[in-house]
Design a protein around this ligand. Sequence first.
Ligand code: 9MR
Length: 661
Amino acid sequence: MHILIMEGMIIMKKKHFNRFAACTFAAAMAISAMPTACAIDTTEITSNGTVIYSFDFEDDDVSAFTNRGGNDTTVISTTDESAVSGSKSLLASGRSSSWNGPAFQLDDKLEPFTEYYISAKVKGKYYTGATFSFQYTNADGETTYHNLASLNGNDWQTLEPTKVSFTDEMTGVFVYFEGGTDDLLVDDFVVEKAPAVEIEQDIPSLSDVFADAFKVGNAITPNDLSSKATMELIEKHFSGSLTAGNEMKPDAVLNQSACQAYFEETGDDTVPQISFSAAKPFLNYCQKNNIPVRIHTLVWHSQTPDWFFKEGYTNDGEWVSKEKMLARMENYIKAYFEELIKLYPDIDFYACDVVNEAWTDGGTPRNAGEQGQSGSSNSAWVQVFGDNSFIEPAFEFARKYAPEGCKLYYNDFNEYMDGKIKAVCEMATDLKEKGLIDGIGMQSHLDVRSGSDAFPAVNIYNRALDKYSELGLDIQITELDATTTTNPTDESFAAQAEYYKGIVDSIYAHKDNISALVIWGVTDDGSWRADRCPLLFDADYKAKPAFYSIIEGREIPEKPTTGKPDENTTTTAEPIGKTLIGDANEDGSVDIADATAIIQHMGNPDEYALSEQGKLNADIVNQGDGVTGADAVALQLIEAKKIKQSDLPITMEQYNELLSE
Ligand code: 9MR
C-alpha cells in the first residue's frame, strides 16, 4: 500500500511501526477520537519516529535504487532466487567493479539536519563480503565517501539500524552496498526517521556556569553538524570555542595533486598547495553562529602525509633537505593563515596549536621516520631536522602570519609525566623569552579506569597545572575526556563523576591562568574512545553524572543584558530535582511518550497509573486542574513545533489560542 504521510508529500510504503511509531500513533489516534477542540494537525507528529520507506521488493519495484559506478554493466532488478521476507529481493547483477552496487539517494527524498536509521538484509551470491557506505558531494563539488558498516559471512547478513544524516550543503547524498564483484542481493531495506530528540533545556549551561573563569568549548566532526540534537548541545553548553576534530589538520588541508601540479608548472616544490574544503562546513557553521575557533594543528608528526617531506611530493621520493623543509613549512603556514583570513574574515581564530605532540613522555624528541601506518609514533619532522629544532621556526612563522589576536600554543597529551613536564617547560621558557609562544595546551585525555587507579591521579594533574602556571603563560585544556571501563555500570559512572569533579575543581582553582576548557566530543557514542564512554553526555544526549558533578555547588554568574559578566551577581546552581513540567512518565525528558502516558492514564488509571510526581509534571495546561486531555494535547503541540518545551506550563487562554491558530 502507498500512503502519503509527511510534509513534502513523500510517498511511502508503510510496512510496520517501530516502538516509537507505535507510541506516537497511539497518541495521535487517541487525540483524533477526542472532542473537536482537541483536533490538531497530526501529520508532523505521525512522521516522527516512523518508517519513511520500506522495500521488500515483492512488487518488483526497484525504481528508488540506482547503480553506483557509472556506465558499467550492473543491472538492478528483482529475483526470486533468495529472499528474507516474502519470495523476492533486489538483485544487482553483472557488477564489474567492487564499488558498483545498489545505491539509494537520500537528499532528493529526505530532509537535511534530520537523523534517519537505515536497516536492511544483504547477501552476496556465494559469500557476503559487503560494505554499507555513505557518499556526498560538498559545496565545492568534491565527493567524499566513507564506510558505515561491514557485513561478512555466509548467506544473508543484517545491517542493523544505522544512523545517517546530512546537511543542506551536501548534494548527491547516497547510501550504497559495495564489495567484491559477485551479485549482491538486498531485502527489507527500511528507512526510519529517528524520533525527535529534545535536549535537556532545564539544566544549566556549562558556558554560563564557568563564565567567570574560562571559555567552555568542544570539538566536532562533520557528522555532528547534521545532528540537530548534538548541535543544540553545542549551542547551549559549548559555544565558547570549537575545534575541528580532524578537518584542519595537515592531512585534511594539504593537497598532493595540487602540490605536484604546482611543482610541475613552476619548478618550485617549496610552495605547498592547500584547500579548506573539508573544513568548510565546520567553518561556515562557526562563522554563522559567531563561535570562536581553536586551530588544530599546524605542525604534527601524525595525520601529516609522508609525501609532504619527500622530493617532488611523491610517496616514495627521497627525504628533502632541512632547508627545503623550512621553506615548505613557512609557505604552508603562510598559505594556511592567508587562506583562512581571506575565506573567513569574521571568524575569531583566537587560538592555534602551532606544534602538537613533539615530546615523548620521557622528554626526548620522537624517533625519526615515516608516520606510515596510523598508530606509528615516528616523526618525519625529526627525520628531516635530526631533532626537535623544527619547533622554533614553526612558532616564528606562526607568529609572522597568524591573524591578530590568535594566541599560539604548544599542545600535547600526558603533560603530567615528569620527563615531558621538564621538556615542555624548558622549550616554553625559551620560546617565551623570544616572544614566540602564548600558552600551553593540555590535551587531557584521561582515564578513570575503576576509580581508585585513575590515570593520572587528580593530585598529579594538579601538580602539572601548578608547573605550567609558573611559566607565566596561558593554559588551555584543549581535549578533555576521561574514559571509564568498557560495559560501564552505574558504579563506573559514579567513579567517573567523582574523578571529573576532582579534575575540573583543579582546573577551576587555576582559572586565573586558564582561558579555555575544551571537551573532546559531545556525546559518548561520538567519541574517539566511544567504547569507554568518556564524555559528559550519553548517546541519548542526556547529561551524565559527570556533568552534574562538575557543576555541583558552583555559582552561576547572572548574565548582564549587555557588557561583561558582573562577578558580584550570582545565583547558586540548584541540584536538579524530579519536577520537570511535562515529564508525566518521569523518564527525565519531555516527549511524545509523556502524551501517551497521560492518555493511557486517563483511559485506565489502574493499569496506567501516574505517580504523584508524574501527575504534577503532567499538569501542563491551567496548572492546578489536575491531569486532563489538554495536557496531552499540549505535548503534541510541542511535537508539532507550535510551542517549545520552555513555554510550559501554559494557561487555558494560551491553549485555546494555539488550537484556534
Ligand atoms: O579525534 C580525532 C580522531 O577522530 C582521529 O581518528 C585521531 C587520529 O589521530 O585524532 C583524534 O584527535 C586527536 C587530536 O588531534 C590530538 N590529540 C589526540 C586526539 C585523539 O586521538
